[in-house]
Design a protein around this ligand. Structure first.
Ligand SMILES: Cc1ncc(COP(=O)(O)O)c(C=O)c1O
Length: 910
């Protein structure tokens, strides 16, 4: 970042602040040296002063070094104590960079009057190593001496046996409170007192970001109690994990009765702060608690005799072995000490949890905003099958994105659903699909309604976000679908989206938050009035009008029945295969609990891996306490990665990051913002409020068409073999880089370095090419940059698998189509040429199986689906080495004409 960068160049103040402190350390160091040598220092002084001006307005939002200390630092500078100033700045910055301020609470930044102290621990007056640290926001207008008194109070309550240690951040207005909560991820609790002003004394225009604005106006007219409620709502919207406390001097008993549920507790101000102090610690302890992880850890320390299966338990089959002791060397003993199949002795049973596992799942539900949460140890592949089986009975109609993960297709086949495949919008240029337009979902529902089949429609299944990062407007999709079919169930596959809960811009587009918002909205009297008004005003209800209009559900009939499946292991901390099912279904207790239990039993191992379960529990703790911080950092790195690639002169010759406009056509972007990613989170937030689809900036699709190298080769030969960089997905001319909460600044820097190396190498090779080689390279570039065979839409089921009583609607019986192929005499193998010849002669050729090229990983054919010309030419154009369900040496497995004749049309429900 150049010296001149401003906060607007960043997406998070955290990064901006940290870079500014580092620059201040450098600048003040230079100034001190120049002053000592008697050189001219005017420009240096200006630079230092400019950096102090930048930090001035934001330092009050952090407890370290804290507003009073920062003022003292400034005073040192203004009074010309340059050496001491530079030493102090260096000391503060070192504490910030190493985060030693978290473990040495109480040391004064001004101690370094004499020699520079090398080790902060030497001056710490209260070493707290091992005790996690956090900050508490106090919202109250205080004089400096009152503020000092409050801090003193808090310090006096500290005891060595406290589990945590915290410091205070004090702000005097509601406006500043919201800014502090967004800027400072260390804040874990907030105490709202009675006296605080609505607006900040200073202009906060530069600090107010997405959605923070407008608060001062809202607060200005209200009573102190109403203000506290409004502020609590704002804070909860921004960071639902924060523990909020209300301190008031008037009738607490009364207030406690009507105060917003956002407050964890209400206190009487004059009763002293001890109870508040203990509550603050208890609030954080509740999130810190990991019942199953702790149970497993204490179990692992108990000596046990194992007369059961599992010889590896407590490492017993390994420690005495002569040949496999290196297993312990590699994994460490702890993991084996924790290997057990016990369900008692403090542990629990996954199939019927009543103890620590149940508690762990309840804590997860709270953290992820669900009503119920279930842990799954075989990934979202299994989570999806459980949800489908729990809700879908044979003959139920399910609408599903054809590009959904294979687990949906297998789940639907197993449960005997009649499947309507939805087509996502194609991106032919990059050989990838976007997401399913709402219009497509509505039109399929309306067709089913016209055919009188709406009562059989059970569920809509969509992937949010898609592999490539296309994100739905979840609430809008559900609202409009519920307007057509009020008891529809939604399964949102959030395999890639568990982290989204922890960022305020992402959160509204997650299934659980959208479900909660929708449920609240449907209960509002104002919503009912709006619905009735709209009903009276809009008489026409032909399909075209309904497709064009934004539909609103009838609040008297609509139900909120939403499920989300998340691969915790893909985006958060969990061992591989750790997934969760989150539920917000108002009919769960009455209609689903039993079938859910059966489905869970059907798909869950009776020997679940406890390590995975414990990692889900502790991974939940992490996001409950630092999800907000981690996701902000992840986004900052992802945006930096994009910028670094697109602004690099050599890289941009051969590659660029696909923008929102390239991945989401205009018709789905009402905001009209082309590059919300590049223009920072502010712009991003308006697009995220308005657009049908938005792009998750944490994923970077790199377009490499101009390099002439295809995606698979780029991944294997360039990234993996030469530089050890692992990526997951490629298309013909793109490679996908995913950032995650483990991404670091250094790993981003390494990736840039690698890409520059690849581009430099390519550049050199091209200049040294013979004319013949150059022509071949130009042809490769042309191939990569021209659109390939169009991506095929779902062609349709053979009539044998459609509903015989009314085949006008597209739902097909995949289970019948699948199991028919178990009779070998019904099947044959035919080459692609033969398929084409048969189609030319008017014969419908029908697949017996799923045919799934990997990548991209969606089935081009499903059992019972008829071949189309587009499918065959798309398959011919693929150079993917891995195609499940198709062996080019023996051809496609298809149904014989005779089998199709015999199968005939079938009744609606089987
Ligand atoms: C959209 C989607 N859903 C589900 C899954 C399966 O998840 P898991 O690997 O946790 O079984 C994947 C895997 O890549 C996926 O991409």
């Amino acid at each position: 970042m150049p010296e001149t960068s401003t906060a607007r160049d960043y997406n998070s103040y955290w990064q901006f602040r940290s870079d500014t402190w580092s620059r201040l350390e450098e600048a003040s160091g230079r100034l001190a040296v120049a002053t000592r040598r008697g050189h001219s220092t005017e420009a240096m002084r200006d630079a230092v002063s400019g950096l102090l001006d930048i930090l001035g307005p934001i330092e009050q939002y952090w407890a370290f070094p804290g507003a009073p200390a920062f003022r003292q630092v400034r005073d040192l500078f203004s009074s010309g104590h340059v050496d001491r100033f530079a030493r102090t700045v260096a000391r503060i910055n070192r504490a910030l960079v190493t985060e030693s301020y978290r473990t040495c609470v109480g040391w004064s930044v001004m101690d370094s009057d004499h020699e520079q102290v090398e080790d902060e621990r030497d001056v710490a007056d209260e070493p707290v190593a091992g005790r996690p640290y956090f900050e508490v926001l106090v919202v109250e207008t205080l004089t400096p001496s009152q503020e000092r008194g409050l801090r003193e109070d808090v310090r006096n309550w500290r005891r060595p046996e406290d589990e945590f240690i915290y410091e205070l951040v004090v702000v005097g207005s509601g406006e500043e409170a919201v800014v502090a909560a967004r800027l400072n991820a260390n804040i874990q609790a907030c105490v709202v007192r009675r006296r605080f002003s609505a607006a900040a004394a200073e202009d906060l225009t530069d600090l107010v970001r997405f959605g923070d604005g407008g608060l001062a106006g809202e607060l200005a007219e209200c009573s102190p109690e109403e203000r506290a409620q409004i502020l609590a709502r704002r804070l909860a919207r921004l960071r639902p994990e924060l523990d909020l406390y209300l301190m008031t001097e008037i009738a607490v008993e009364e207030i406690a009765g009507y105060v917003s549920h956002h407050f964890r507790r209400v206190f009487h101000a004059r009763e002293g702060s001890l109870e508040l102090h203990l509550s603050i610690l208890a609030g954080v302890a509740a999130r810190y608690r990991t019942p199953f992880f702790e149970a497993l850890r204490s179990y692992s320390r108990r000596p046990t005799g194992v007369f059961h299966a599992l010889p590896i338990s407590q490492g017993k089959s390994i420690v005495n072995s002569h040949w496999i002791r290196d297993m312990i060397g590699f994994y460490g003993l702890e993991i084996f000490l924790a290997e057990t199949s016990a369900t008692g002795g403090g542990l629990d049973s996954l199939l019927d949890p009543t103890g620590p596992l149940r508690q762990a799942q309840q804590l997860a539900a709270k953290t992820f905003g669900a009503r119920q949460t279930y842990f799954v140890t075989n990934g979202t592949s299994t989570a999806n099958k459980i949800v489908v089986q729990a809700l879908v009975a044979p003959g139920d109609i399910v609408l599903v994105d054809r590009n959904c993960h294979q687990s949906h297709h297998y789940g639907l086949m197993l449960s005997g659903a009649h499947v309507v495949y939805l087509d996502a919008y194609p991106l032919h240029q990059y050989s990838m699909y976007g997401a399913v337009p709402l219009r497509e979902v509505k039109s399929k529902l309306l067709a089913l309604r016209a055919a009188g089949k709406l009562d059989r429609v059970k569920m809509v299944m969509l992937t949010n976000c898609t592999f490539d990062g296309v994100v739905y407007d979840v609430q809008r999709v559900m609202e409009e679908c519920l307007a057509i079919k009020p008891d529809l169930v939604f399964l949102w596959d959030e395999a890639w989206f568990a982290f989204a809960r922890f960022h305020p811009i992402y959160r509204p587009r997650t299934a659980m938050r959208a479900a909660r918002t929708l449920a609240e909205r449907l209960r509002l009297p104002a919503y009912r009035a709006q619905y009735e008004q709209q009903l009276a005003a809009e008489a026409a209800d032909d399909d075209e009008t309904l497709l064009a209009r934004r539909l609103v559900p009838d609040p008297a009939r609509a139900k909120v029945r939403v499920y989300a499946t998340q691969s915790t292991h893909k985006t958060l901390t969990s061992l591989r295969q750790g997934s969760m099912i989150h539920v917000h279904d108002q009919d769960f207790a009455q209609k689903v609990r039993e079938s859910f239990h059966e489905a869970y039993m059907a798909h869950t191992s009776t020997s679940p891996n406890y390590q995975i379960l414990a990692s889900l529990d502790i991974g939940r703790r992490q996001v409950a306490l630092e999800g907000f911080d981690l996701v902000q950092k992840q986004l900052e790195y992802a945006m930096r990665l994009r910028d670094a690639i697109d602004h690099h002169p050599l890289l941009s010759k051969y590659m660029h990051c696909l923008s929102t406009a390239e991945l989401i056509p205009d018709e789905f972007r009402a905001s009209g913002i082309d590059q919300p990613l590049r223009s920072g989170l502010d712009k991003m937030s308006s697009a995220w409020e308005l657009d049908e689809f938005v792009l998750d900036p944490s994923r970077v699709s790199l377009y490499i068409g101009a390099s002439g190298i295809d995606g698979a080769t780029f991944k294997r030969e360039q990234l993996m073999d030469k530089f050890g960089i692992q990526i997951n997905k490629t298309s013909r001319n793109t490679v996908l880089f995913m950032t995650n909460i483990g991404t670091t600044r250094s790993s981003v820097a390494y990736l840039i370095e690698v890409l520059v190396n690849i581009a430099r190498d390519l550049d050199e090779r091209i200049t040294e090419m013979s004319p013949g080689e150059q022509a071949a390279h130009a042809r490769a570039v042309l191939r990569q940059t021209n659109a390939s065979a169009p991506l095929p839409d779902f062609s349709g089921f053979h009539p044998a698998f459609l509903d015989s009583s009314d085949p006008s609607t597209p739902e097909g019986d995949v289970r019948r189509a699948f199991f028919l192929s178990y009779d070998d005499s019904c099947c044959e193998y035919v080459s692609a040429d033969e398929v084409e010849e048969r189609m030319a002669s008017g014969t419908q050729v029908v697949s017996t199986t799923f045919v799934t090229p990997y990548p991209p990983g969606f089935p081009v054919l499903v059992p019972g689906q008829v071949f189309s010309r587009e499918i065959v030419s798309f398959m011919r154009s693929l150079d993917t080495p891995e195609i499940h369900g198709y062996d080019p040496r023996i051809g496609y497995r298809v149904y014989t004409a005779k089998a199709m004749e015999m199968a005939g049309p079938h009744p609606a429900s089987t």
